[in-house]
Design a protein around this ligand. Structure first.
Ligand code: CIR
Length: 269
């Protein structure tokens, strides 16, 4: 999850892939997963990579009634000891949340939870964090009422929130960007205006990548200069190396086939 700072990335929650995964939603990167066993192998590789880099991973059981249940990022937003439970933006994904919320409430001692209500909608995949600055995508999954809920929480915490309109060709803000460090945004050409992120704090920078490497722009930055990214995006990989980061690449083909990126598969808490 992209809503904790790098130094807070010690524990992550993931969820197993159900047999029904071949029915997962897919409209952007992929035309739907076809090989559930391969997806599970790739998911295991992802978990092992997190563990190798010192992250303690807890795995929830799959839910056969919810083909997209492994994309836990969308279901809970953890920020500095608070947890916002969004109403997910796609009707088929609404009932995925209870076991995730229950686990996080148990694991996060004293966590303050905020529920979303009424017509507010949000997928956690529409949020990225750059240090103390937050960005949210206004997308087919996240509406203005959802954004207002998030803003309420961030106002309480004293953090700024900026809204970015997600173009038709993308699912979430995290589908087209990430913050591999607390001062770096990666984003592909061709999706957002050059000034979409506004003026950034001193020392922070947006790095524009080739449009065809959009999927590679979703990365997971970890403490001690480590970063995970998908295999097959050489310009993004070289950029990360040039930034002094130690890159590990993962085969994500069957996750991508369901429009899932790396960050979608975990919640850091
Ligand atoms: C969906 O369409 O909801 C899933 N197939 C993919 C969700 C990806 N999640 C994310 O970008 N945070």
């Amino acid at each position: 999850m992209a809503t904790v700072r790098l130094d807070q990335k010690r524990r992550a929650l993931v969820r197993r892939i159900p047999d029904s995964y071949t029915k997962a939603l897919s409209k952007f990167f992929g035309s739907g997963p076809t090989d559930v066993e391969k997806a599970r192998e790739q998911h295991l590789g992802y978990i092992q990579a997190l563990e190798r880099h010192g992250v303690t991973v807890h795995t929830l059981e799959a839910d056969e009634n919810h083909p997209d249940c492994m994309f836990v990022e969308d279901q809970a937003v953890v920020i500095d000891g608070y947890m916002l439970l969004p109403v997910p933006g796609h009707p088929s994904r609404m009932a995925e949340q209870p076991p995730i919320a229950e686990y996080l409430m148990g694991a996060l001692e004293g966590v303050q939870t905020c529920d979303m209500g009424g017509e507010a909608r949000m997928d956690g995949g529409d949020i990225i964090r750059l240090g103390d600055l937050f960005f949210v995508g206004r997308s087919t999954r996240t509406n203005d009422l959802g954004i207002a809920s998030l803003r309420g929480l961030l106002d309480t915490l004293g953090y700024e929130l900026r809204v970015i309109d997600i173009p038709d060709g993308a699912l979430h803000l995290t589908s087209i960007s990430s913050t591999p460090t607390d001062s770096t945004i990666l984003v592909p050409e061709g999706f957002l205006h050059k000034d979409a992120f506004g003026d950034l704090p001193d020392g922070c920078e947006v790095h524009w990548m080739p449009e065809e490497e959009v999927y590679g722009c979703n990365t997971i930055g970890l403490p001690n200069g480590k970063v995970l990214m998908a295999q097959g995006y050489p310009t993004v990989q070289q950029k990360l190396v040039d930034l002094g980061l130690e890159v590990e690449t993962l085969d994500m083909s069957e996750i991508r086939a369901a429009d899932g990126s790396l960050t979608c598969c975990s919640i850091f808490y």
